[in-house]
Design a protein. Structure first.
Length: 129
């Protein structure tokens, strides 16, 4: 059995106060606005499969198949989520990170045009065709 250890032990996620496993600050602090639909899909997948510490060993091949995403696209989505500060990755381990208190300064980028979850899922459906 493989022993898992958090990449960032000081950023182990906890269930937020507002009764949702997905922290509402993703929307409130515009972090979701900074994600492409592919990065949002990867984030949702990782949040869903990760253990209580946010850790997952899903392989790129498996994630690519599950999300109908080419491996190079997966790598770009992973890099995007890492840059934004939502995940850490140290092959082969993913860690979904707790959100920082002051998320507005994680990247110097302006938020992208906001998208609803419906728009994101519609784009995902179009990409799978």
């Amino acid at each position: 059995m493989v022993q898992k250890h958090p990449i960032y032990p000081d950023r182990i996620r906890k269930v937020p106060k507002q009764f949702s496993w997905l922290d509402q600050r993703l929307v409130r602090d515009h972090l979701i606005d900074r994600c492409s639909h592919r990065a949002a899909a990867l984030y949702l997948f990782l949040v869903t499969v990760a253990d209580a510490q946010g850790l997952s060993y899903y392989s790129d091949r498996c994630i690519s198949q599950r999300l109908a995403m080419e491996e190079n696209t997966l790598a770009q989505a992973r890099q995007e989520l890492t840059r934004i500060g939502l995940i850490a990755y140290k092959q082969p381990l993913y860690q979904v990170l707790a959100l920082e208190e002051h998320t507005g300064s994680i990247t110097g980028r302006s938020p992208a045009k906001p998208q609803s979850l419906g728009q994101i899922f519609k784009q995902l459906g179009e990409g799978a065709s």
